[in-house]
Design a protein around this ligand. Structure first.
Ligand code: TYM
Length: 349
C-alpha cells in the first residue's frame, strides 16, 4: 500500500481554502492509502507568533481534523515537534541541497516581505524541513494545494540529491491536488489565507447568520454591476468557484443558467451556496461540538500518533545514518542510573 503524507500549520482555525485545497483530499485518500498527517508546529514558529496561543491552536486544529473525518484508528495524525527525527533529517538534508535552490523559493520571498523584521534562518530552510517531513515516511504522494507545489518539487530534488550521493533510500514523491487547488480569499484578490484576513473559517459553520454575512462580503464577477447584468460563474473568483467545488450538478446548472442570463442575482447565488455549505458541513459541526466537550480525545489522538510515527521515523533515520557512514558503538547499553524525564525532556532535580 502506498503512503500519503501531508502537513498543516497550526494557524488556529482551518479555513475553506485549506479544506477545499487539501484536507478534503486527505479524508478521501484514507480509503486507498496508508495516510500520515502532521500538524507542523516547528514550521509555524518560523513566523512571528504568540507562544501563549500555540497549545490552543494545535488542539483546535486536531479537533477540526478529527471532525472532518481523519481516522486516527486506521491512520496516523501527529504533532511534528513530538517526533524529533524530523529536525534531525532536516539537518542531514541541509548538507545535500544548495543555497541557490532555497533562494528561489517564492514562499520564502513572500513571507520575508510579510515579516521584514523577522527573516530568520528557519524561514529560509523551511522547505528543507518540509522535505524531511515527507521523506522520513518515504511517502509517494503528497496531497496539497497549489501554493505548495514548489516545495514538493524541492522534496523531489532533495531525494534525488541524497540518493545520488549516498545510495537509494528515498522515493520521489508526487503532489496530489483537488479540483480546487487554489481558493481565492473573500476579497477575490489573493489566495485565501488567515494571515491576509480574507478567510472563511470552518468555525463559521453552525452560525448561519455569520456565514451569510461573510458570503455577502465575497467579491463576485465584476461584469455584474447591476442585478440585470449577465455574468459568468467561471469569472466569479469566490462564489462561482465554491459552487463548483461543493454544489450538486443540478444546483450548478441553476447557477450557470441564472448567472449568464441574469435570471438570478448574486444574492440568490450566495443564498444557495450558504444552504449547500451548511449541508456539506452539518456532520462536521456536530462532531466538532462533541470533540470540544471531550478534550481528552485530542490528547489521546496526538499521543497515539506520535508513538506510531516515531517507529517509522526511527527506521528511516537508522538507514540514513548508515548511508552517511556515521559511527555507532556496536552495542549501546541503556544507562541504568539515568533519571526519568517528563514529556518535555525535563529531569526532576
Ligand atoms: P498550510 O498550513 O499553509 O496549508 C495547509 C494546506 O492547505 C492548502 N491551502 C490552500 N489550498 C487552496 N487554496 C487556498 N487558499 C489554500 N490555503 C492553504 C495548502 O496548500 C496546504 O496543502 N508548508 C505547508 C505545511 C507542510 C507540509 C509538509 C505540507 C509542512 N510540511 C509536508 C505537505 C507535506 C503549509 O504551510 O501549509
Amino acid at each position: 500500500m502506498k503512503t500519503v503524507f501531508s502537513g498543516i500549520q497550526p494557524s488556529g482555525e482551518l479555513h475553506l481554502g485549506n479544506y477545499l485545497g487539501a484536507v478534503r483530499n486527505w479524508v478521501t485518500l484514507q480509503e486507498q492509502y496508508r495516510c500520515i498527517f502532521c500538524i507542523v508546529d516547528y514550521h509555524a514558529i518560523t513566523q512571528t507568533y504568540d507562544a501563549k496561543e500555540m497549545a490552543k491552536r494545535v488542539s483546535e486544529m486536531v479537533v477540526d481534523l478529527l471532525a472532518l473525518g481523519i481516522d486516527t484508528d486506521r491512520h496516523i495524525l501527529f504533532l511534528q515537534s513530538m517526533v524529533p527525527e524530523h529536525t534531525e533529517l532536516a539537518w542531514v538534508f541541509n548538507n545535500v541541497i544548495g543555497m541557490g535552490v532555497l533562494e528561489r523559493m517564492t514562499q520564502f520571498k513572500d513571507k520575508s516581505e510579510h515579516q521584514p523584521e523577522n527573516i530568520n534562518v528557519g524561514l529560509f530552510t523551511y522547505p528543507v524541513l518540509q522535505a524531511a517531513d515527507i521523506l522520513l515516511y518515504k511517502a509517494e504522494a503528497v496531497p496539497v494545494g497549489q501554493d505548495q507545489l514548489q516545495h514538493i518539487e524541492l522534496a523531489r530534488d532533495v531525494a534525488r540529491a541524497f540518493n545520488h550521493r549516498f545510495g537509494k533510500v528515498f522515493p520521489e514523491c508526487e503532489a496530489l491536488m483537488t479540483n480546487l487547488p487554489k481558493l481565492l480569499g473573500i476579497d477575490g484578490k489573493a489566495k485565501m489565507s488567515k494571515s491576509l484576513g480574507n478567510q472563511i473559517p470552518l468555525t463559521v459553520f453552525g452560525n448561519d447568520k455569520a456565514l451569510r454575512k461573510l458570503l455577502a462580503r465575497c467579491v463576485t464577477d465584476e461584469k455584474r454591476v447591476q442585478r440585470e447584468d449577465p455574468g459568468n460563474p467561471d469569472d466569479c473568483p469566490t462564489i462561482g468557484t465554491m459552487h463548483k467545488a461543493i454544489s450538486s450538478p443540478e444546483d450548478l446548472a441553476w447557477v450557470y443558467q441564472g448567472c449568464t442570463t441574469a435570471g438570478i442575482g448574486c444574492v440568490d447565488c450566495k443564498g444557495k451556496l450558504a444552504d449547500n455549505l451548511n449541508a456539506h458541513f452539518a456532520g462536521y459541526v456536530e462532531r466538532r461540538a462533541a470533540l470540544l466537550a471531550d478534550p481528552g480525545k485530542v490528547e489521546e489522538a496526538l499521543a497515539k500518533g506520535a508513538v506510531k510515527a516515531r517507529v517509522l521515523a526511527q527506521r528511516t533515520l537508522g538507514e540514513v545514518h548508515k548511508k552517511l557512514g556515521l559511527w555507532r558503538p556496536k552495542a549501546v547499553k541503556p544507562a541504568a542510573t539515568e533519571p526519568a524525564a517528563n514529556e518535555h525532556g525535563e529531569v526532576a532535580p
